[in-house]
Design a protein around this ligand. Structure first.
Ligand code: NCD
Length: 307
């Protein structure tokens, strides 16, 4: 059974095809309004979410399907001690596809091994978030017209930010990508990603703590929230939370066609004044996320022979 747990579960060709299909869904939503008629997605969210859960649900509804699920671990049998595998087996009797978010790294993989329906990782701890990556790739390709030959700055919490980890993995397969890692030292990208993803694939990268110094070089700036829920002590969080706040002043030397991204939720990382700047792409990212999740649901249900 085909699932999406890690973005590298899909080949670069498959990702390009998903992007093409999502673009077609954006252009002609009416053509897809009955594709998943009679089918159900189960959204199993053991961790808070607004965008990811509701975008999966909106995606399935726009495909003519329906939705079941829960949005808090407390309201599910996990609070009684049920294992992720058992939950996955049970839900396989009710739904056609699962989208799961879990605070524990690897939980969606455990679910996929037990389920008899496709499982989509909707975020596992500080590990991966492959569907945000699909939204990000669709956004970059729509805004920049390409996924190659780009200088991309990742700024903020690169240690715990799972969206950063998945997007860097995906980008390691495109040519001419230069990554600039901008973070306080304590929130630097984990060395396993530098070694096993970037160095292994010959991806060029540099590290700095100074956002303004590298601003003129960037084609894409990917801002992130400091991941409060993954800190072991509040003091460290409070010290680091406002490390980077993007303001109009800091954009002074930026390219005129810079693409400013953020997976959201935003806390303080981007001044609201920037929302009016045509380079702000983070709300477009949200909309793109819904469309690419539609394309993903259709792909996995087709491969499972469900539609
Ligand atoms: C991200 C996540 O959950 O990892 N949010 C999202 O799904 N768009 C980013 C975050 O929470 O900071």
């Amino acid at each position: 059974m085909r699932s999406l747990i890690d973005i590298l579960d899909f080949s670069a060709e498959e990702i390009n095809e998903l992007i093409d299909n999502a673009n077609d869904m954006i252009a002609h939503p009416e053509r897809y309004s009955e594709v998943c008629k009679g089918k159900k997605i189960a959204t199993l969210f053991f961790e808070p979410s607004t965008r990811t859960r509701l975008s999966f649900e909106a995606a399935m509804l726009e495909l003519g399907g329906s939705v079941i699920g829960f949005s808090e671990a407390q309201s599910s049998s996990a609070s009684k001690g049920e294992s992720v595998s058992d939950t996955a087996k049970v839900i396989s009797c009710y739904a056609d596809i699962i989208a799961m978010r879990h605070p524990r790294e690897g939980a969606p993989l455990v679910a996929a091994n037990a389920a008899s329906i496709p499982v989509i990782n909707a975020g596992d701890g500080g590990h991966n978030h492959p569907t945000q990556t699909l939204a990000d790739l669709l956004t970059i390709s729509r805004e920049k017209g390409r996924l190659t030959d780009l200088t991309i700055g990742f700024c903020g919490d690169l240690k715990f930010g799972r969206t950063v980890h998945s997007l860097i993995s995906a980008l390691s397969r495109y040519t001419g990508i230069r990554v600039i890692l901008i973070s306080p030292e304590e929130l630097a990208l984990p060395s396993y990603i530098k070694r096993d993803v970037m160095e292994k694939n010959g991806m060029s990268y540099t590290q700095t703590t100074d956002l303004e110094a590298v601003m003129p070089e960037l084609d894409v700036l990917y801002m992130t929230r400091v991941q409060k829920e993954r800190f072991f002590n509040e003091e460290d969080y409070l010290r680091l939370k406002d490390s980077y706040i993007l303001t109009n002043q800091k954009l002074k030397n930026a390219k005129s066609d810079l693409c400013i991204m953020h997976p959201l939720p935003r806390v303080n990382e981007i001044s609201v004044a920037i929302d009016e700047d045509p380079r702000a792409c983070y709300f477009k990212q949200v909309l793109n996320g819904k469309h690419v999740r539609k394309a993903l649901i259709v792909k996995l249900l087709k491969e499972a022979g469900t539609i």
